[in-house]
Design a protein around this ligand. Structure first.
Ligand code: NAD
Length: 483
């Protein structure tokens, strides 16, 4: 099966922060892959913009090195590489100063899509928006892409929205949550709204509970200082896990259109109950051997920031009343694993008797690794000896089922192409982001004022014991985090 490449219009994409980590690891490799796929029209250009003083040739050398480091080796073809680099330019620019803007304006062309990727610290978003406007570089069709974090609370997100709105319409603003660009996350919508099979069961009558897990094996390492100001709630729950929860919980939109989808997601966020303190477990990883603890990583022995959080969340509406959503995310856990598990209720009556055991259907959507889905179904154990039941997974690993050509399009490359196409479906709207902060703020405020100390957990575990208790006390249990 061969991937379909839908052509996009010729574009000029300016990457502010073009020499930064995100540009090198994700944005430029993603664009190169699109170039290889034949999706980047010949006349399109990529303009790196950052503070360092260098010319096109020096920047192309940097980009070449980044591609060799971060693109899959079999895709690094010298001829293609040079062809791609021919589209790459550089402008030395200071987001807060006046140098470079005239040069950037002179580079812009009238007849193509203009997009500006703000891959810089959020404190510079306002200055960039202002200068793009002042210098007449952005036109009414231009798009800006803003990275996370979008604020650190409701007040800062509101203020950022206001600043951007002074210079750009909402239809021009693309707030990235790269989780939304993942193949499986979109498949979640295809699964729910493209099949008749699941929708009738997708409610509290048939679903016992839902688990969302995003587990990482890495610690905060070199980003300690930054991370300690944020923590798992701000860094992961308010954005990525919230988006996953919305896609699982939302009502079917009338169309797969940006505002129809985002309206439904917003309704979910607004239907979230405040989470009770006893339904939140926060943790910090300990030291193991030579690997430093969280407190050592952030160099603050008294830090109260969480590197792990687990919560029980209620969506207060007709569809979900009584079905809890358990979410957890953390660093230095047993395995890198992101998945959503929809755990269905027991059959109302077992015709096979008590010894047949308790069996449940579980639909698991794996975001990483091995993107795919598994539906655990109950069948008869083969052989003689009466009716013994076992649970077997119906497994669909996408790479196997759909063939290697369709393997993993990186979230960033898909999202960047959506920006060029002008499709905002997979981007967060300003009101969504604000609603998510409005829900998280009181919880963060509560544990900050009470000065709550996170529990400790062992690196390589599934988080603090107390997180297991969150489910045990309701005779449920977390799915295992496994290698
Ligand atoms: P980085 O520190 O590696 O790079 C920052 C870039 O901004 C550099 O190119 C630098 O030259 C440029 N820059 C700094 N000050 C500037 C100024 N005054 N004018 C013009 N350019 C300036 O940062 P990064 O890791 O690439 O992150 C960029 C953005 O993306 C941040 O908002 C970050 O939160 C977000 N983000 C990064 C990652 C990641 O994996 N790196 C993931 C998610 C979100």
């Amino acid at each position: 099966m061969v991937s379909r490449v839908i052509p996009v219009d010729t574009f000029d994409l300016t990457i502010f922060g073009g020499t930064g980590d995100l540009a090198r690891r994700k944005i430029l490799p993603g664009l190169y892959r699109r170039y290889l796929a034949g999706q980047m029209p010949d006349a399109s250009r990529i303009v790196g913009a950052a503070r360092s003083d260098m010319d096109d040739a020096a920047y192309r050398d940097e980009v070449r090195e980044a591609l060799k480091e971060f693109v899959e080796p079999h895709l690094v073809d010298p001829e293609a590489l040079e062809g791609f680099l021919g589209c790459v330019h550089y402008v030395a620019i200071d987001a807060t100063g006046e140098s470079g803007w005239r040069k950037l304006r002179d580079l812009m062309r009238a007849d193509c899509v203009r997009a500006f990727y703000f891959s810089v610290a959020p404190s510079l978003f306002g200055a960039l928006a202002e200068r793009l406007h002042e210098h007449g570089i952005a036109d009414p069709q231009s798009r800006i892409v803003v990275e996370k974090p979008f604020g650190r609370d409701l007040a800062s997100a509101r203020s950022l929205n206001r600043t951007l709105a002074e210079h750009f319409d909402e239809a021009q603003i693309y707030r990235i949550d790269h989780y939304l660009g993942k193949e499986t996350v979109q498949n979640l919508m295809a699964l729910r709204f493209g099949n008749v099979l699941f929708e009738p069961l997708w409610n509290s009558q048939y679903v016992d509970h839902i688990q969302i897990t995003v587990a990482e094996t890495v610690g905060v390492g070199g980003r300690g200082g930054y991370y300690d100001k944020s923590g798992a709630m701000r860094d992961m729950v308010q954005n990525h896990l919230m988006q996953l929860l919305c896609l699982i919980a939302m009502e079917p939109p009338s169309q797969f259109e940006p505002d129809a989808v985002r309206d439904e997601k917003l309704k979910v966020i607004r239907a979230l109950d405040p989470v009770r303190p006893e339904d939140i477990v926060r943790g910090q990883y300990e030291r193991r051997g030579d690997t430093p603890s969280y407190l050592e990583d952030v160099e603050d022995g008294d830090s109260r920031t969480e590197s792990f959080i687990a919560m029980k969340i209620h969506v207060s509406n007709w569809r979900w009343a009584g079905t809890p959503f358990y979410v957890r995310t953390g660093k230095r856990l047993r395995a890198r694993q992101s998945e959503i598990a929809v755990v269905f209720k027991d059959a109302p009556h077992s015709i096979f008797g008590a010894e047949a055991g308790r069996h449940r259907n579980v639909l698991t959507i794996r975001l990483q690794p091995n993107e795919g889905m598994t539906l655990v179904t109950t069948i008869k154990e083969p052989g003689l000896g009466g009716m013994r039941l076992i649970d077997v997974p119906l497994d669909m690993t996408f790479a196997e089922a759909l063939g290697a050509e369709n393997e993993v399009t990186d979230a960033y490359e898909r999202l960047i192409m959506d920006v060029i196409r002008g499709n905002q479906t997979l981007f967060m709207r300003g009101d969504e982001v604000e609603a998510a902060w409005a829900w998280t703020d009181p919880m963060i405020e509560r544990w900050s004022t009470r000065d709550d100390r996170p529990f400790r957990y062992e690196p390589g575990s599934s988080g603090p014991e107390e997180s297991s208790m969150l489910l045990h006390r309701e005779t449920r249990r977390w799915r295992e985090i496994r290698e």
